[in-house]
Structures are given as C-alpha cells and as structure tokens.
Write a protein that binds this ligand. Structure first.
Ligand SMILES: [Fe+2]
Ligand SMILES: [Fe+2]
Length: 240
C-alpha cells in the first residue's frame, strides 16, 4: 500500500476515507466519516482487528469524542466487530442501521442506543447537511442500506459496488469492474433483486461511490458502475 493511503484522505467537504486496512488480503475494508459542525458520523466502523490502527488514524484528523453516530450498513463482523471497542474508548453512542440489522448488531454486546433508520423516515439531520438512507434489501442482507450525503452527493454503499483485489487503489482504475464482479457475483442474490434496487439510485446525482471493500468509484464512472451491476450474472443465476 502506498504510504499516502496510511493516512485519512479527504474526499469532499466533511467526507473522509479513514479505512485502515490489512495489506495482505484481497478483502480490504474501508471506513468513512462525515464531519458536520460539531458532530461526527463514523460509517461502517470496521473490524475488531483494525480498531487500534483505525482509531489512531481517525484521531489524526478529528476528536473521536465527537463521534455521535455509528452508521452501519448491515450487521457483518467486518464492519461491526469494532463497535464494543469504540464504546470502551468513547462510551456508548447511537448506532444507526435498519431494524433488521440492528436486531443482530445488538448481539455484539453493544450498549449504544440502536436507532432504526426505517423508523426515522430514512434520514438524519446533521448540523450542515441532511443524510438520507436508501433501502437495498437483500444486497446482501435483508436490512441493507446505503447512505447518501445530500450536501456532497457522495454515496456510501456498504458491500454494494465493493471489489476484491490484491492490486488495491483508493480510486478505481480501469480494472476495477473485474474486481467488483469477483465479489458481487457471489454476494448479490439475483439479477432481479439487483435491478429493482439499482432503480433507486440510477437517477440520483452522485459525485462518487464509496464502498466498504475495494475502491472508490469517481463520478465519471458511476453510470458505468450501475450498468455493470445491472448486467451482472450473480447469486442464484450462477447455479441455474
Ligand atoms: Fe457483508
Ligand atoms: Fe463487508
């Protein structure tokens, strides 16, 4: 990994990549923060394995005690197992996830308030911006969501649009769709479900897509990435 990406990277106003990640795996994890006024939302908090390094990395740019929200796109351990460590460091906060995800996130032993985004009108008002949550059921979890920053137009997409590759770059290069297909074809359940959900974002103004694995997809490649997802032979279609 280039030295450059051992530090957080500013993506847009108040949006940072903070993903400290294992360099010897194709399955790299990304985390992000939204900083708005005096509030911070940590998106897909990360794995217990990387907590020490990631929290140290975040501390180089913000006061972690200002983290008010953990936004969790689903319940998997690669994004949730650090939550009890975060709570030990800064105390309980609010965990925002879909009700079908929070019911499982509870079992990490967390003490934070579990806020179901489907019960709060799918949005969160932060001091200088409105955050919207987009329901993406079964991609790959029944309570999957994406997070959209209406101020910067950045779409935080969780596992969706994620890629698997040893040859990692923070920003997607021309080989990225191949890396994306390698992950998505097994984790996405069916072409039908993918196409129903892609309709929710294909007319959205998106400045970049920030997945939890792989590389960030810049604005000029967003349309192609969505098309690529819609045409992907995946999940049940692989085993017909
Ligand atoms: Fe996952
Ligand atoms: Fe993941």
């Amino acid at each position: 990994m280039s030295e450059k990406y051992k530090k957080p990277e500013k993506l847009a106003e108040g949006n940072y990549w903070v993903g400290y990640t294992n360099t010897d795996s194709a399955f790299r994890t990304n985390a992000y923060i939204i900083q708005s006024g005096d509030e911070i939302a940590l998106i897909d908090a990360g794995s217990a394995w990387f907590f020490k390094n990631m929290s140290a990395q975040i501390e180089t740019i913000v006061d972690v005690n200002k983290i008010k929200y953990f936004i969790q796109h689903h319940q998997d351990p690669d994004l949730c197992s650090s939550l009890p460590f975060w709570e030990k460091k800064i105390g309980p906060r609010k965990i925002l996830a879909h009700s079908k995800a929070n019911i499982l996130i509870y079992h990490y032993g967390v003490k934070s308030e579990l806020v179901n985004v489907d019960f709060i009108n799918w949005e969160l008002q932060m001091p200088d911006r409105l955050i919207k949550f987009i329901f993406m059921p079964y991609m790959h979890s029944p309570g999957e969501i994406m997070t959209y920053d209406t101020k910067t137009k950045v779409l935080f997409s969780g596992d969706i649009f994620g890629g698997l590759s040893f040859d990692w770059h923070l920003y997607a290069n021309e080989d990225y769709f191949e890396a994306m297909d390698a992950f998505m074809e097994h984790y996405m359940p069916s072409k039908e479900i993918v196409n129903i959900n892609m309709k929710k974002i294909e007319n959205l103004e998106i400045s970049m897509i920030c997945p939890q694995h792989g590389s960030i997809i810049p604005g000029d490649r967003v349309k192609d990435a969505i098309e690529n997802m819609k045409n992907l032979e995946c999940g049940s279609y692989l085993y017909e």
